[in-house]
Design a protein around this ligand. Sequence first.
Ligand code: AVJ
Ligand code: FE
Length: 437
Amino acid sequence: DTGAGPEALRRRALEALTAARDRTALLTSCVEDGELTAQHSPLMSPLVWDLAHIGNQEEQWLWRAVAGREALRPEIDPLYDAFQHPRASRPSLPLLAPGEARAYAADVRTRVLDVLESTPLEGRPLVDAAFAFGMIAQHEQQHDETMLITHQLRKGPAALTAPPPPVLRSGPLPTEVLVPGGPFTMGTSDEPWALDNERPAHPRLVPAFHIDTTPVTNGAYLAFMADGGYTDRRWWRPEGWAQIREHGITAPLFWRRDGGQWLRRRFGVTEPVPEEEPVLHVSWYEADAYARWAGRRLPTEAEWEKAARHDPVTGLSRRYPWGDADPGPEHANLGQRHLRPAAAGSYPAGASPLGVRQLIGDVWEWTASDFLPYPGFAAFPYKEYSEVFFGPEHKVLRGGSFAVDPVACRGTFRNWDLPVRRQIFSGFRTARSAELD
Ligand code: AVJ
Ligand code: FE
């Protein structure tokens, strides 16, 4: 059964929940329990908070809201409410200990799988069940990316290893691609697991523009650094200039100069910065400054999505750059299979109709755009997922990183963060308007 019938929905939900839990188990078992309660960075929660928060959200949405059952641990809800406790304060909360957190998440999961077997997946009184299972699987995978960021910030020897991405390259590529002007369909109204901020589908007029064929590489970024990029105020927004001055920032996060060369530390291993890889761990301000130095700019969110989804032959928007098929290992570097981005120009099978590469996977891509609702937006199922973050203080990132699972990544998926953030798996590509030709 590969269609959209109830059995296929059920199977997809089971697979997505199971894959997420396998990843969570790996991320929370590859270090000693003592490290789960430690604060590896004030920017992040202790790993044991993510673990119990995953279980608590699952309890709230699937056990309570979908199944209509009585709360299992209502007294811990406030501890795991992200809005009540900023990340830096979470280590000092009376959190469930690692063993308790594991047992709680496992207990919720056992109950939820019973619910999945016995619940009609069509519309339910409180929340649509088919959507809720997908939302919770995505939520866990999002926290699995968050936990991988915590692992990257953690000191000490490697706890996680993975093979490097395959070398999947073909001939020389043009540096940029022209995307013709005209309307395209942005967002979605029919992707079943799309979150509220991706909805609804709506027309957008996007004038012609050029966009980089691949994300900006470490090699290109090193040229910006060598040209005094971090010491020339001309390239920087005032807030970005203030940040690099205050914190003495002269390179992407996790980079260190050793004699004549730049090294970077990744998951406990230090190595020379590979020039052909997309640059990673840069803030929106660094991406914006690089683009200005290069005589270009960041793409808007609409430009990014048009480059990723618009098929100029049919005029329709695809689910992914390569078409409507779910992401396979030949299309994109996703799912923590490899703990690094692939060389720029990789994944020819994942190219867009116009030949833009690596839009999905590898690195999150900063866009020029503020995180704002689409026309017709309706918060669903809760205001705290997206709505409370709308506004000029958050910038949109697109495309997903090597750390994102396919279930939480699509051509329409929108991520957001503060423009100063650089511990996330963030890179970028640049663009320019075509009317300046
Ligand atoms: C969409 C990645 C910004 O991690 O803050 C997790 C996802 N929302 N739990 C975040 C999320 C609630 C969210 N981002
Ligand atoms: Fe969460």
